[in-house]
Design a protein around this ligand. Sequence first.
Ligand code: CP3
Length: 344
Amino acid sequence: MSALKNDLLLRTLRGEKIERTPVWMMRQAGRYLPEYRVLREKYGFFERCQTPELACEITIQPVDIIGVDAAILFSDILVVPQAMGLEVQLIESRGPVLPDPIKTHRDMQRVRVPDVHETLGYVFDAIKLIKQELNGRVPLIGFAGAPWTILCYMVQGKGSKTFDEAKAFCYTQPFLAHQLLQMITDTTIAYLKQQIKAGADTVQLFDSWGGLLSKDDFENISLKYIKQIVAAVKDDAPVIIFAKGAWYSLKEMADTGAAGLGIDWCITPQMARQFAGNHVALQGNFDPAKLLSPIPEIKKEVKQMLAAFGNKNHIANLGHGILPNVPVDHAKAFVDTVKEFQHS
Ligand code: CP3
């Protein structure tokens, strides 16, 4: 494996001072790219995930087209519930659907902690192929969903603004909920360790629905398991935690030993730094909808964001995934502005 030619992201995660801020975008491999939409017409979603050549091509598209400083594996957080025995469908215009969600003790009998080689081997094959094709151009980010966010889908059975059924499951059947969270945690640890073994240079935990919980509940239902994952994985590769909306626990997240913390646009860089302390990289936090603004406005706002974070311990990113209706030249303006910026 060749050495990395661009290791800005990894050096930032190690806390080193670098020449310029690294930049990538959550959900950068996706529908805003015409080149992705061509493959989307031809192949089903999980077919794209399960075919290493397709996953590889989609992963590298934003590196070639947008010029980001890192690639993120093309896959989905919902391949984990699939590997644990649940059926997952991705339905056009409806998003993910799990037709037989977990509601009772009986349903739990269908859930297992799988052998990740048997069930998710295609992901490790994709990673090996991507590393070969990237040929050291940029680092590769592996990922998984945080256990609470995975539980949300396993119990609610579909997307939701509130995930009230998932919450009710935790509040009314806490024993079952913690049993399920622990099974997801054990699977995720094995899964991320193998992603790193296959070549992922760093891994991100997506806790997209962390911020739906109160601080106490976040720490008991989500962070408790994130902590186990970080402890098990961090000596293999740096870990980034992105718990959207859970700004109130940034300090506790920093205490896990994570190398980076993702933040959304609802907290200022200054406040996030105050909460998180000085020994962790912060990642974010451009409002994805602002990429729909005129390009000069995007450039102005990106510069403001970079100045607010300062020239150390920052990875430029969006505060959540890129929206499918963002014009490609707007995404490119975001990335180019970061790459051209000189800290005074
Ligand atoms: O970042 C990347 O580009 C890598 C690929 C990636 C996908 N999903 C591909 C995808 C990553 C990192 C994810 C993570 C993911 N998946 C999350 C966490 C991040 C977040 O956005 O909060 C969540 C909650 C999911 C679950 C999921 N998958 C949903 C809710 C949906 C439907 C809504 C949507 O955004 O499209 C998906 C489908 C999905 N995953 C698509 C892609 C490119 C779109 C599918 C398509 O092409 O039709």
